[in-house]
Design a protein around this ligand. Structure first.
Ligand code: ADP
Ligand code: ZN
Ligand code: ZN
Length: 745
């Protein structure tokens, strides 16, 4: 038997090996094997059985070892890896590494436990002799005679105070039997999720939920590939619909992948999924997949799935690669979340990979969101995906009222910079007196280099690309970092003449101080990437907030997702503008999503919620449509704009970045390259750039970028990548391709 192996060794090549007779039962497509490459040993995945007919078989080496006796990469994952290698222009071995957790590749031992049980009885005479000759052995034997079932060896020895060496002679003469058993460290009872258990009783579905589930049931039962967008407003009860669908797939013998965006907030979802599944489908172990697992837990969880003992995995992005057998359903919750995109090689998008994996398995994929990405929405509108709507909140709770404060007026009134508007301050004071809670959101740190007029809200945009221009201090220029268009930076606002045209972002700390000043007796807590680097701190603050021990929670949007706290009746959005004026054609979409999601955090209990949004551009579409959570209205205008500028979803976008210590050299090669691409592939793609990246220099490395727009993405990527491999790049010019980037930073 000959096999082709993809080594995990830093190069892409199929190498051939002979399989020794001893290993043949354990080797199949997708097996993880150890091989000799040159003088080194390396791991690899069996990617082909057999060899070309004229192959010089005699000189082949033998495989060294099969790490597991079942395929570590089942057929669907192997096919998925190959697809990703082409689509994301990424090396196959890096993708295989991403798919197989390190602990699995290292074959971190599955934990074994030794058990002792009774063997053949000794005669009274033999026992007396033993008591005299080896009292410890006798003690162990006498104890074992009284046992009816196997007992853990370590425990027995410890309890009896007997040395380990005493067991061996007894085992040897057959008086005691010893066997090994696997112990499971799989995170079934994950302490990560404890303390957040929600009632397990299934809800009676309301009419909209029932209609959605009925439609999904039909799709799941078809057992063929399909995608459905489950488009339901915040609080419409999507999770309940996912759970029923999951149960449907499980009941039918299928496997399920359930993806959630943010690792930090999976405990809530995980606890809910687990307790609900245990109630409706007892015995279905649900494997949890997140970055805080220990090596042992990860290997065991992986092993449970790979061997089909567990059939459902819940986790963040990388859980899409869990070796779930007989995959029948994939659920992607909050499918619009940029967190699904991995920002290092392989730069894959978890949602898009989910759709592809469903396709390879003839499975159904549910994409759920209150604010679908325009890519997904366009697919649904074009009929490529099913489209289910849920328009009402559970129990007909009101969507919160969104009140927009015009910060231009606020600044005139306070005669200078102000962080919190009067309206927001009064509302917070009111909640504090009523013992209700407030959340204040800030945008993630924006570019201090985008320009926004604080007199009139004007933002300078590129006429060709419709994105904000970026201010470059060094040469006093405004530059479009997509097409390179530039103009002198104005000293005064071109629209109203105000000199106040520099944007400064506000940090969480400044906001915290401002709140402290107006609410001196309130308990305030801050949650951002800096203060929350420890996982326990994050849980602790959430638990305290839930328990009502914190009055005002200040944080970046990381605290927004999935928070479901009934006593929160006020949500403030401190600086809606920053995300809106990021130099990114998705800036409007992001802001709309952010506002709707954030607003969804208010009024989850019996009392209606109020949301106050502060902005210098209150008339902007993203803000106006979010006031009534009017997704269709928003999408219509935004899709038209995307169409006019031929942005995604109307074309695919590929980002190519160049980095190096020498800016002249970078520009030279980037330009040479861009010209070559234009000459060779110009008919099938549009090239924009090269232009400096918005952050031009990082750790003494300069950065430039080129953008490609295309319709025929798969074939173009293949050709682009081939061209790139053949181009003579100097050693000090690093370049990275990113297909379907989600952020233009
Ligand atoms: P979404 O994910 O759509 O924002 P959730 O799934 O979080 O909404 O549901 C919102 C709340 O409504 C949750 O507390 C959930 O337990 C509750 N819920 C969901 N379905 C029902 C139902 N049919 N009856 C009563 N409560 C429900
Ligand atoms: Zn102005
Ligand atoms: Zn431009």
């Amino acid at each position: 038997m000959i096999v082709g192996v993809h080594p995990i060794a830093g190069f892409d090549k199929l190498l051939h090996y002979k399989v020794p007779a001893l290993l043949q039962h354990a080797v199949a497509l997708g097996s993880l094997v150890r091989i000799q490459v040159g003088r080194r040993f390396s791991l690899g995945i069996v990617g082909a059985i057999g060899a070309p007919s004229d192959f010089p078989v005699d000189r082949l080496k033998n495989l060294t070892e099969a790490v597991y006796d079942f395929p570590a990469l089942p057929a669907d994952l192997l096919a998925l890896a190959k697809w990703m290698a082409v689509y994301y222009a990424a090396p196959l071995d890096g993708i295989i590494e991403t798919m197989l957790p390190g602990a699995v590749r290292r074959a971190t031992a599955l934990k074994q436990e030794k058990l002792l049980s009774m063997g053949e009885k000794l005669s009274a005479l033999e026992l007396t002799a033993l008591e005299r000759r080896a009292p410890q052995q006798a003690k162990l034997y006498t104890f074992m005679v009284q046992q009816f079932r196997p007992v853990a060896k370590a425990l027995v020895l410890k309890r009896l105070g007997v040395e380990a060496a005493s067991a061996a002679p007894l085992v040897k003469r057959g008086a005691i039997k010893e066997e090994s058993q696997r112990v499971n460290r799989v995170a079934y009872d994950d302490d990560f999720a404890s303390g957040e258990l929600v009632a397990a009783m299934p809800h009676l579905l309301n009419t909209e939920q029932q209609a959605a589930f009925d439609a999904l049931k039909v799709e799941i039962d078809k057992q063929e590939f399909g995608v459905t967008l489950l488009h339901g407003v915040t609080g419409s009860g999507k999770t309940e619909v996912y759970l029923r669908s999951i149960h449907e797939a499980l009941a039918d013998g299928g496997g399920v992948v359930f993806l959630v965006p943010e690792v930090a907030l999976t405990p809530q979802t995980v606890a809910r999924v687990r307790s609900r599944l245990e109630a409706i489908a007892p015995g279905h172990a649900c494997v949890v997949w997140h970055s805080h697992l220990s090596e042992g837990e990860r290997v065991d969880g992986w092993h449970e799935l790979a061997t089909g003992r567990a059939r459902i995995v819940v986790g963040a992005r990388s859980a899409i690669f869990a070796p779930v057998q007989n995959l029948r359903l994939i659920v992607v919750d909050e499918e619009h979340e940029p967190a699904y995109k991995q920002d290092e090689t392989p730069r894959y998008h978890g949602r898009d990979v989910a759709v592809m994996r469903a396709k390879l398995n003839g499975a159904h994929c549910i994409l759920g969101s209150a604010t679908p990405s325009l890519e997904t929405y366009a697919n649904a509108k074009a009929g490529r995906y099913g489209h289910l709507r849920m328009t009402q909140r559970i129990d007909d709770r009101q969507l919160p009222f969104i009140d927009v404060v015009d910060m231009r007026v606020e600044i005139m009134r306070s005669r200078g910079m102000t962080t919190l508007s009067q309206k927001l301050v009064h509302a917070m004071q009111d909640r504090f007196e009523k013992r209700e809670q407030t959340i204040l959101f800030l945008n993630r740190r924006g570019y201090s280099s985008s320009m926004l007029c604080r007199g009139c809200g004007h933002v300078e945009e590129c006429p060709h690309c419709s994105i904000s221009m970026t201010y470059h201090r060094t040469d006093e220029l405004l530059r479009c970092h997509m097409c390179g268009h530039e103009r002198g930076a104005p000293a005064r606002c071109p629209s109203c003449g105000s000199p106040e045209i520099r944007w400064r972002g506000t940090g969480t700390q400044r906001v915290e101080e401002a709140v402290q000043r107006v609410l001196p007796r309130a308990r305030i807590e801050r949650m951002d990437a800096d203060t929350m680097s420890k996982k326990n701190r994050f849980r602790q603050v959430l638990a305290e907030f839930r328990a009502g021990k914190i009055d005002v929670l200040v944080g970046t949007q990381m605290i927004g997702k999935g928070l479901d706290i009934p006593n929160v009746t006020l949500v403030g959005m401190v600086d809606a503008d920053i995300s809106m004026h990021m130099p990114d054609f998705r800036a409007t979409e992001r802001t709309f999503q952010l506002l709707v999601q954030v607003a969804g955090r208010a009024g989850r209990g019996d009392r209606a919620g109020v949301v106050i949004v502060q902005s210098f551009t209150p008339q902007a579409d993203a803000i106006q449509f979010s006031r009534h959570a009017d997704f269709e209205g928003f999408a219509e205008g935004e899709l038209q704009l995307r169409k006019d500028f031929r942005y995604p979803p109307y074309r695919h976008l590929i980002h190519h970045s160049f980095r190096g210590p020498n800016p002249e050299k970078l520009v030279f090669f980037a330009e040479q390259w861009a010209r070559k691409v234009e000459a060779e592939l110009g008919e099938r793609l549009e090239v924009r750039g090269p232009s400096p990246s918005p952050i031009e220099k990082v750790k003494d490395h300069y950065r430039f970028q080129v953008w490609y727009f295309t319709n025929g993405v798969s074939r173009v990527i293949r050709d682009l990548n081939t061209l790139r491999r053949g181009f003579a790049w100097p050693d000090d010019v690093l370049q990275v391709l990113d297909v379907d980037p989600v952020s233009l930073g």
